[in-house]
Design a protein around this ligand. Structure first.
Ligand SMILES: Cc1ncc(COP(=O)(O)O)c(C=O)c1O
Length: 405
């Protein structure tokens, strides 16, 4: 019989490698950013199709060709799309601030009463940070394999008029990789809410970010809401951050005509128009849905081996540990490593000591509080394949060690 592996010794040996890896955010790797370098040459003229000089002020809803591109990408009419500057997160933030201060169309400012949001967990830390920063109370809702626990969601929104909104990442969610089923989309669109001014914050950040062979699709939320008689319920957000350049892409918001008019009015006070030069070069580079899908296939080729490496290391080093599991995402940017109760924080601390910076344990929960201290978000995109292999080993050894303490 062979002796049991000495994880303490293996961990110490790993530490000696002196690794310095930051895996705390899901950032595209330099080779992915290089795929869009043609953007630097994609601007032979400053004139938009309608004659607009993109170098000047104006065009608060975005250039017509940029709206047409995002209309095709998001499967919505161009009149229901606004294309803005680079970050969809800013659009989400501003929707919430406008709703708090001014109210959504036809309703009083949210801020006049306590405001609560439902937060499927684990979820995106920056969504929760917006709520925390703007004084919105958050309620955790468990995420199932096909979307949020809808029985609970329907019960909560029907009972509590302070629940004005809900965060949703419908495809390849951050960090669980969940893809919403048609039934979940329909229920979200049709559910009875005590608050008449309830909004779904539909963050379609990973719409084109497939890892598997199959391009999974999620039902159209704006159409579902309209069909259910709640046309103003959903606001869709997207950007080219992880299609072209993160932080230097273009962001879009899609919604009902009433919500678009509302957004345009309030956004008009904060800007004399978005960066239309960037919109123009993105339109020339990204062109249409087929071109975007071809570009995303190149991203997939770069990302897939990194995800596979993490999954293989976890299987080899953690496959026999009871209570440990991880997601096998079909797309998106993350793997959710789930530890036995109470082991996530300690694992992240041990990984840090060994030179691997991870997203703080708990970050995927409102207020940074993972009630059972179980979830660790793994972001394999940025480091090289060699670094990823090493990091996954280091994380697995850190977890092993955390469980022996
Ligand atoms: C779910 C989700 N939404 C939004 C963003 C950020 O998008 P943007 O760069 O358009 O602000 C991210 C980035 O990680 C994300 O994971």
């Amino acid at each position: 019989m062979s002796a049991a592996p000495d994880y303490q010794a293996q961990y110490q040996a790993f530490k000696q490698r002196g690794l310095k890896l930051d895996m705390s955010r899901g950032k595209p790797a330099p080779e992915q950013l290089d795929l869009s370098n043609a953007l630097t040459e994609a601007l032979p003229t400053y004139k938009a199709a309608d004659g607009t000089d993109a170098r000047n002020y104006g065009g608060s809803v975005g250039l017509p060709e940029a709206r047409a591109l995002f209309a095709e990408l998001l499967d919505v009419p161009a009149a229901q799309v606004v294309v803005d500057s680079s970050a969809s997160l800013s659009l989400m933030h501003d929707v919430i601030v406008y709703a708090l201060l001014n109210g959504v169309p036809g309703h009083a400012p949210w801020v006049q009463n306590p405001v609560t949001f439902l937060c499927p967990v684990p979820g995106y830390d920056r969504h929760f940070a917006i709520c925390e920063a703007r004084g919105i109370k958050m309620i955790n809702v468990p995420m199932n394999a096909d979307g949020p626990d809808m029985d609970l969601v329907e019960k909560l929104v029907a009972e509590d008029a302070s629940i004005k909104g809900m965060w949703l990442v419908p495809k390849y969610s951050n960090p669980g990789g969940v893809v919403f089923s048609d039934q979940v989309v329909e229920r979200l669109a049709a559910m009875k809410t005590a608050a008449p001014d309830f909004r779904l914050m539909w963050d379609d950040a990973y719409r084109f970010h497939h890892l598997g062979e199959q391009k999974l699709a999620v039902a159209n939320i704006l159409q579902a809401c309209e069909k259910a008689g709640n046309p103003d319920r959903a606001i869709v957000f997207a950007s080219s951050s992880k299609v072209s350049w993160a932080g230097s892409g273009v962001a879009a918001l899609a919604a009902s005509p009433a919500n678009i008019a509302w957004w345009t009015k309030h956004a008009g006070f904060r800007s004399i128009g978005p960066d239309k030069i960037n919109q123009l070069r993105h339109v020339r580079f990204l062109k249409d849905l087929a071109t975007v899908e071809a570009l995303m296939e190149q991203h997939r080729q770069l990302l897939k081996p990194k995800f596979d490496a993490v999954l293989a290391q976890f299987q080899a080093l953690l496959g026999d540990v009871s209570g440990v599991s991880w997601t096998q995402p079909q797309g998106g940017y993350f793997i959710d490593l789930v530890t036995p109760d109470g082991a996530a924080k300690r694992t992240v601390a041990l990984a840090k000591e060994a030179g691997i910076t991870l997203t703080p344990a708990g970050a995927a929960f409102p207020y940074g509080l993972d009630p059972k201290d179980r979830h660790i978000r793994i972001a394999p995109s940025f480091p090289s394949l060699d670094e990823i292999n090493q990091a996954a080993q280091g994380i697995a050894l850190s977890l092993r060690l955390a469980l022996t303490a």
